[in-house]
Design a protein around this ligand. Structure first.
Ligand SMILES: CC(C)(COP(=O)(O)OP(=O)(O)OC[C@H]1O[C@@H](n2cnc3c(N)ncnc32)[C@H](O)[C@@H]1OP(=O)(O)O)[C@@H](O)C(=O)NCCC(=O)NCCS
Length: 332
């Protein structure tokens, strides 16, 4: 796989990718024929002063895109900020291509290329021959129900800055979006580096929960961590973990040493409490939790079961694990 610029001759292949891959209808305008596709390439993908859009190319044919649209200039007139986006065709997903491409393009755009490792899966030689725009800030957004996009962004050093509530309205349904950014001053900051930062601070390094049945409890935790903007971190046959934006992580493991079901009213762990960025997101989580293996506790007192100054949602999953989701109190 190689990173190169787009060309008008990519139109037939791009149209075919658009027609056969899922999730691309929100990444570009509707394409109905080759002329539409040529127009898109000409007006939005070919090199221009205000953008750098790269094609992930497999044996001459376009397989994906990583693009920067420059959005703001410094007082002196140089480009300062860009909006980043990416997609890849169905057959190439899950093989690390987008992570590698996004990381390389962002390192180049921020001029963080000096110590950047070369990717074994992607030829990024073109970037080495191009002057970096030396941007200061890169921004991107993805729907909270798109964990693959979140994993790609995290791997490329983006840090979550917030949740945009009901950002998108598609087919009558609203979607929250994660807003993430990477600054030049962050340096090259993949997840493992943020993990190192977490290790050197006092606070939780990780929390490990043992379960009798990973299969039973996994969906509820996967949903919750995704909603909170955590990203998949590690995976092995008996376990999985998710990483918080601060680098700490939560492990869920099916251990052969488990001696019985979890009982939160016995000595030991009673519940875990997570921070939720807004009361509105708390309401959304409350309305959706029962579809994802959670039931609500103290529902008649929501959101102040913990007291008038405390805004929280209490949930219990199908294995008796309790979580408390704490949001800023709208009354204060
Ligand atoms: C999002 C998208 C770009 C990901 O591309 P990709 O090439 O499959 O990504 P990579 O293989 O580089 O990495 C995917 C990561 O997401 C993780 N992932 C994939 N599906 C996941 C899921 N359902 N839950 C959690 N993590 C998931 C993978 O495990 C992998 O992380 P890992 O390497 O740490 O295991 C691709 O699915 C796509 O084009 N989707 C449609 C367009 C889109 O959503 N673009 C982003 C809009 S902002």
């Amino acid at each position: 796989m190689e990173l190169r610029y787009w060309a008008l001759t990519d139109a037939p292949h791009l149209l075919s990718v658009y027609r056969t891959s899922s999730g691309l209808e929100r990444q570009m305008p509707a394409l109905t024929n080759e002329q539409d596709t040529r127009n898109l390439i000409e007006t939005s993908y070919l090199p221009a002063d205000n953008r750098a859009i790269f094609c992930l190319c497999d044996e001459g044919r376009p397989a994906g895109l990583v693009g920067l649209n420059y959005t703001a200039r410094t007082d002196a007139g140089a480009w300062d900020r860009a909006w980043v986006y990416y997609w890849i065709a169905d057959p190439y997903r899950g093989q690390g291509y987008t992570k590698a491409a996004l990381t390389a393009v962002c390192n180049w755009a921020l001029d963080e290329t000096s110590s950047a490792p070369t990717s074994p899966v992607l030829d990024t030689g073109l970037l080495a021959s191009l002057p970096s725009p030396r941007l200061r800030r890169l921004e991107l957004g993805y729907r909270t129900n798109n964990p693959a996009s979140g994993a790609v962004a995290t791997a490329a050093g983006f840090q979550i800055e917030g949740i945009e509530r009901e950002k998108f309205l598609y087919a009558g349904q609203t979607y929250d979006a994660v807003l993430a950014a990477r600054l030049r001053k962050d340096g090259r900051a993949p997840a493992s580096l943020r993990h190192q930062e977490a290790v050197s601070r006092s606070g939780f390094h990780h929390v490990e929960l043992w379960t009798e049945s990973l299969a039973t409890t996994l969906p509820s935790w996967a949903w919750l961590t995704q909603q909170l903007g955590w990203t998949p971190y590690q995976k092995w046959p008996g376990g999985i973990s998710w990483q918080a934006p601060d680098g700490s992580y939560l492990v869920l493991e099916e251990s052969p040493d488990t001696t019985g079901p979890h009982n939160r009213t016995q000595a030991g762990l009673n519940h875990l409490a997570f921070t939720v960025p807004s009361a509105a997101l708390l309401d959304t989580l409350r309305s959706e939790a029962t579809n994802h293996g959670w039931s609500e506790l103290f529902a008649d007192q929501y959101p102040h079961a913990g007291g008038p100054d405390h805004c929280a949602l209490y949930l219990e999953n199908n294995q008796g694990f309790e979580v408390e989701l704490v949001a800023p109190n709208p009354r204060t």
